[in-house]
Design a binder for this molecule. Structure first.
Ligand SMILES: C[S@@+](CC[C@H](N)C(=O)[O-])C[C@H]1O[C@@H](n2cnc3c(N)ncnc32)[C@H](O)[C@@H]1O
Length: 342
């Protein structure tokens, strides 16, 4: 995610669980659209010590309310550290009471995050208004679908920028291919809350100029039908060549991918663990035959896979996939004699 921020010309600082960055208000819609790996984007809008009702009212009144067309309601999420439950309860009760006095409109709800740390209360507004993996098009899914933000992280891990030839040989409901196609076609993800705020006009979005094909396969024809409908909802169906066949037959036409992203079934969720391991071995053989030299990113629960996969200059990092911790292993597909891991 920090790489994404830097690519937008920003200078993020690492903080626990994320990154902190300063941007102009007018740039917020562009940045919110461009961040594909982030799960939430909060804008800090007020901070002070709060000891009584008057200080709380002052803090809430100081928020930049004119930015938002009157929302139909204000939702508050809380994060409390170094404060008693009595103080947290009092703050929640008083905040609800004060916010209920605000005039209501017909616009989407506004979502605030209030962090309480000891005497300090910090208020932020959620620029997206919902978890950012909810792109809006995946209303149908196969088994074990991938979070869209993790799919974006896998695409970043292979250096995908919307221009290279890409292959997902086990596409399921199409998450990786559809996320890639939205980069390739420069299609916006759904409107976020920030798009309705009263901000000065934002600069032009960056547009990808060159194009590269995307191939997504799966042996399950029913799940491919789901993926096609998802791609239609995302407005990118024309950018993806869906192939409902087994991995070994998907690239018979000689298509040569520059990037490969795979989220294979894994023992705990699909089939047995031994079956998953056999499939991984089969995938290795197919990758060596059909995608030698391509950059690959594979998501697996097996930490030792970094030694088994046919990858040169391989790196591994743990990623949180909806509560499960998996390994995102990336590298260049290479024959055994040329491999080296980091
Ligand atoms: C974990 S799911 C992929 C989920 C997908 N990333 C998503 O977001 O929906 C793994 C997929 O691999 C497919 N698969 C399993 N064995 C396969 C094979 N030999 N050839 C092609 N696809 C296969 C399954 O049908 C399943 O859809």
């Amino acid at each position: 995610m920090e790489e994404e921020l830097r690519a937008l010309g920003l200078q993020p600082d690492s903080v626990d669980g994320g990154a902190d960055v300063e941007i102009a208000w007018s740039d917020l819609p562009r940045v919110t659209q461009a961040l594909r790996c982030a799960s939430r984007l909060y804008v800090r809008i007020g901070r002070s010590d709060v000891r009584d009702g008057q200080e709380l009212r002052r803090l809430l009144a100081s928020l930049p309310w004119a930015l938002w067309p009157l929302p139909e309601s204000v939702h508050v999420r809380w994060s409390v550290r170094k404060a008693t439950s009595a103080r947290a309860g009092w703050l929640a009760h008083e905040t609800d009471r004060i916010l209920a006095l605000r005039p209501k409109g017909e616009h989407p709800p506004l979502t605030l995050l209030i962090r309480v740390t000891g005497p300090e209360v910090e208020v932020s507004v959620d620029a997206a208004g919902r978890p950012m993996h909810q792109r809006g098009w995946r209303t149908e899914q196969g088994e074990a679908p991938l979070r869209e933000t993790v799919a974006a992280a896998m695409l970043r891990a292979v250096g995908y920028d919307g221009t290279q030839a890409l292959w997902d040989p086990m596409c399921g409901s199409g998450t990786l291919a559809i996320e890639a196609a939205t980069w390739h076609c420069a299609v916006s993800v759904r409107p976020w809350d920030v798009d309705a705020w009263h901000l000065p006009p934002s600069p032009q979005a960056e547009v990808v100029v060159t194009r590269g094909p995307i191939v997504a396969g799966d042996l399950d024809a029913d799940v491919i039908a789901v993926a096609i409908r998802n791609a239609e909802r995302a407005g990118v169906a024309g950018a993806i060549d869906f192939r409902p066949v087994e991995i070994a037959s998907q690239l018979r036409d000689g298509f040569r991918p520059e990037c490969v992203v795979v989220n294979p079934p894994w023992g705990r969720r699909l089939g047995g663990r031994n079956e998953a391991r056999r499939l991984l071995q089969r995938l290795c053989a197919v990758l060596l035959r059909d995608a030698l030299g391509a950059r690959a990113a594979i998501l697996t629960p097996e930490p030792q896979a970094i030694r088994e996969l046919p990858l040169r200059d391989a790196t591994s990092r743990q990623v949180d996939c909806g509560g499960a911790s998996l390994f995102l292993i990336a590298g260049i597909i290479a024959a055994p004699s040329t491999r080296r891991s980091r």
